[in-house]
Design a binder for this molecule. Structure first.
Ligand code: PEP
Ligand code: MG
Length: 592
């Protein structure tokens, strides 16, 4: 049967085109672990199941909210379906049955869910009713959602995806993206998620085209449907026609040719036309990006997000394990600097064994996270600092502290670092001759406003514009519903950045920008004009930023920054920057 093409819109969060079959997460068999539990464990197991049910209900509510954005007919249909799913998760036959099985058969929640679903299925089938047979698909789907929530830490939802697949899901978590192999996965799309959430950042880092916030996704795409994903426009074309396919293939070719051109810049320095050199560093999410970073010609790592060590596992990594992973990366950098950020979990970034910790927070973005967690659980911070200090014996390292809000926090961390170093020295462990510089992320508005004081207790600053924007404007960076309001060019954010840069320059400490804006060529001239001489971004974006810098004049970048800082309207600022960017002379041909 010939199918008509359908276009579904969302937010393009990672540029690029991919063509491939859909791999819909949640519509295939999951291998379910089965084990016995003791009588004493029954209550805990039921609580674990109830948590998964509550989490599932919350997810369904979120999906319902998104579905409201659809045209009336579709919205109603989906709403009825989701309502039915929601009802199955409280006091239903499924829920009661699972609880009874955990109690009577003393088995784990996952096995009880599987058994209960089989039983309901057999029951429905024996009635020979087509309506009930259709409901069975819903029961299975709800069961799968429960299993996915229960198995979170050990479960690889797309292990079976054929090469070249485009992943389709209600939500792709940062932990999911950590498991994606760009050689196998061509791109992904999800109902939930905004442009600055971590799944989006990971997609850009991995060079995977991605579209998030596609409200009609799960109803519009079936497993194996042929799809074009267009990360530039934020569109998904299901069953594309010949014309659409041809256009997509041409775009793919252009993409490949441009990558080749940018590669030629690798050996050139990021120097403006009037000879000011900017240090270009990379942000790394995963060790396997190191090769890309070196390939892109980075001068070092400006931000290593260490969360990867804590993802997709139930336990915490020990000192030796963290040390080994860090040492390998530091050695891989061959003398280039490595900026290791201590663990930044909490908020949207929940990691396996630590997930429970933030869970109690009514408002996780403002709760126990990042360095607050490290100072509350000193053993967590000490273990990580010990691993970093040991690894620092093998190459230049800086240590970066996330979500700093006060001078006291920096003093406490420095004290802990010195104590850890003393302990290691006493044990005769190999350490670097000097302790690494200790820097503060400036990503909380209060920290930016106190930047002059923080500069007295910090060896360097890294401006985290992603969170700085989120907290200054009170916009959840990962929520597609308010994505339009998320704007790092808001004058309030820019003033906080300027204040931070001036404070750092006065105190003569280095300052960099490592949020997503550092990799956007529309902002390069402004950042340089504001005084930044170090930018850190995902490896894929570095060559373009270098090309941009090579086309700039410092004097005009400063003029542009001065002009921008007098503007009060962010749309005007963006227009100004775009105009200046387009008017800039093209990159030089000669090499240095
Ligand atoms: C930031 O907040 O800008 C930042 C670089 O850190 P992350 O995106 O990991 O929160
Ligand atoms: Mg941050």
């Amino acid at each position: 049967m010939k199918r008509e093409p359908r276009i579904l819109s969302g937010i393009g969060v990672a540029p690029g085109i991919a063509i491939g079959p859909a791999f819909v997460i949640g519509t295939f068999g999951i291998s379910v672990p089965e084990y016995s539990i003791t009588a004493g464990q029954v209550a805990d197991e039921i609580t674990r199941f109830n948590h998964a049910a509550a989490q599932s209900r919350k997810q369904i509510k979120q999906l319902q909210n998104r579905a409201e954005a659809l045209p009336a007919g579709a919205a109603e249909e989906i709403s009825i379906l989701l309502e039915a799913h929601h009802a199955m998760l409280s006091g239903s036959r499924l829920v009661r049955g699972v609880e009874a099985l955990i109690k009577s058969s003393r088995i784990n929640a996952e096995a009880a869910i599987e058994r209960q679903i089989t039983e309901i299925g057999a029951n429905f089938a024996s009635m020979g009713d087509s309506y009930l047979a259709a409901r069975m698909a819903d029961v299975r789907e709800v069961g799968q959602r429960l299993l996915r929530n229960l198995l979170q830490q050990h479960y690889h939802p797309f292990a079976g995806a054929p090469a070249g697949s485009i992943l389709i899901s209600d939500e792709i978590t940062p932990a999911d993206t950590a498991l994606m192999d760009p050689k196998k996965i061509a791109g992904f799309a999800a109902v939930l998620g905004g442009p600055e959430g971590h799944a989006a950042i990971m997609a850009r880092a991995l060079g995977l085209p991605a579209v998030l916030g596609v409200a009609a996704l799960l109803q519009g795409v079936n497993p194996k449907d042929p799809i074009i994903i267009d990360g530039y426009r934020g569109e998904i074309i299901v069953y594309p026609n010949a014309v659409q396919l041809r256009a997509a293939r041409q775009m793919l070719q252009k993409q490949t040719a441009e990558r080749g051109k940018l590669r030629a810049l690798k050996r050139l320095s990021a120097t403006t036309r009037d000879q000011v050199t900017i240090d270009l560093h990379v942000n790394l999410e995963l060790p396997r990006e190191l090769d890309d970073a070196l390939d892109a010609g980075a001068q070092g790592v400006g931000l290593l997000r260490t969360e990867f060590m804590f993802m997709n596992r139930a336990d915490l990594p020990g000192e030796d394990e963290q040390y080994a992973a860090l040492r390998q990366m530091i050695e891989g950098l061959n003398g280039k600097i490595m900026t290791v950020r201590t663990l930044d979990v909490g908020g949207e970034k929940l990691a396996g064994a630590l997930a429970q910790l933030g869970a109690g927070s009514a408002n996780p973005a403002l709760g126990l996270r990042a360095i607050r967690l490290g100072l509350k659980m000193p053993e967590l911070l000490e273990t990580q600092l010990a691993a970093i200090l040991r690894a620092a014996a093998y190459g230049p390292v800086r240590i970066l502290i996330p979500m700093v809000s006060s001078v006291v926090q920096m003093q406490q961390v420095r004290h802990i670092m010195q104590q850890v170093a003393k302990r290691l020295q006493r044990k005769g462990v190999k350490l670097p001759p000097k302790l690494p510089p200790l820097g503060a992320m400036i990503e909380i508005p209060g920290a930016a406003l106190a930047a002059d004081a923080l500069a007295q207790v910090s060896d360097f600053f890294a401006i985290g514009s992603n969170d700085l924007t989120q907290y200054t404007l009170a916009i959840d960076r990962g929520d597609e519903q308010v994505a339009e309001l998320y704007n790092p060019m808001h004058p309030a954010v820019l003033r906080l950045m300027q204040f931070t840069i001036v404070a750092a320059l006065r105190a003569r400490i280095p300052v960099s920008a490592c949020g997503e804006l550092a990799g956007d060529t529309n902002y390069t001239a402004l950042l340089v004009g504001l005084g930044l001489r170090e930018l850190s971004m995902s490896p894929a974006r570095l060559p373009r930023v270098k090309q941009k810098i090579r086309s700039l004049e410092l004097a005009s970048a400063i003029g542009l920054a001065e002009h921008v800082m007098t503007e009060s309207d962010e749309t005007q600022i963006i227009k100004l920057l775009k105009d200046a960017s387009n008017a800039a002379p093209s990159a030089r041909r000669h090499t240095h």
